[in-house]
Write a protein that binds this ligand. Structure first.
Ligand SMILES: [Zn+2]
Length: 244
């Protein structure tokens, strides 16, 4: 994995390259919600091929990156008003605050919106309801995915128990006694990133440390985990510090 940059007009745009062994697709470029430009390539792709691919799409990269950085600025000055962007499983939704409604549900997803019923102008109430809603959705999604993924791991006999904890610098951890703790903010990340964290923590049930043996197992259960991790790392600050 390496840091590179290219010039487009007056901009100097950094990008990261991630090589994956046995990758079938050729060079692909993504711009993450953090603004990170992420290039995936099969192992052994020459630098010149990567440069060419990046230069060819320079205009697209620049436009897309400017748009996501603008979105990020909006999220930073959150006031919990209708129209603000929210991330859920890697997708962009719009917050819709409604003063009416029966008030029993914390929030609900409808179309491209996440609707919250709260008194008008009460940003703190909106925040509290969103937090509770995200936490509940996180618990349900993590549970479902752990059951699905555990089926591929012969050292896990059933879905291992886990708890949720808001953390500022970690997506999850697993104690030596096998207790898995997950960060509910992870529910904002793309599905494959969630799966990566779940697989990482469940692999610790077999190998407790980040030993070569641990990575051998992880390579087997998720061959492209480095690329997925880079994607998640690129959005960490944004997801961890948004409103939790
Ligand atoms: Zn670990």
């Amino acid at each position: 994995m390496g840091e590179h940059w290219f010039r487009y007009g007056s901009e100097r745009i950094p990008y990261k390259v991630c090589f994956t062994p046995n990758r079938k697709r050729h060079v692909t470029i993504n711009v993450h919600p953090s603004g990170l430009v992420h290039v995936d390539a099969p192992d052994g792709t020459p630098d010149s091929d990567i440069r060419t691919a990046v230069t060819k799409r320079a205009r697209w990269i620049s436009t897309k990156r400017t748009a996501v950085l603008d979105q990020q600025k909006v999220r930073r000055v959150r006031q919990y008003r209708s129209g603000e962007g929210l991330l859920y499983l890697g997708r962009q939704y719009k917050l819709l605050v409604r003063a009416d409604g029966n008030g029993s549900a914390l929030a609900k997803m409808r179309g491209g919106n996440i609707e919250v019923v709260a008194p008008l102008g009460d940003g703190e109430a909106v925040r509290a309801r969103l937090l509770a809603w995200y936490r509940e959705r996180a618990r349900q999604h993590f549970e479902r995915r752990m059951i699905a993924l555990a089926g591929q791991l012969n050292w896990v006999s059933e879905r291992p128990p886990f708890s949720l904890r808001n953390m500022r610098s970690q997506w999850g951890n697993c104690t030596v006694s096998g207790a898995i703790v997950l960060n509910p903010s992870l529910i904002k990340a793309p599905r494959e990133c969630v799966d990566y964290v779940l697989l990482h923590e469940m692999t610790h049930l077999l190998e407790h440390n980040h030993s070569p043996a641990f990575y051998r197992v992880l390579d087997r259960v998720m061959p492209d985990w480095r690329s997925v991790k880079l994607r998640l790392d690129g959005m960490a600050t944004e997801l961890l510090y948004d409103f939790f």
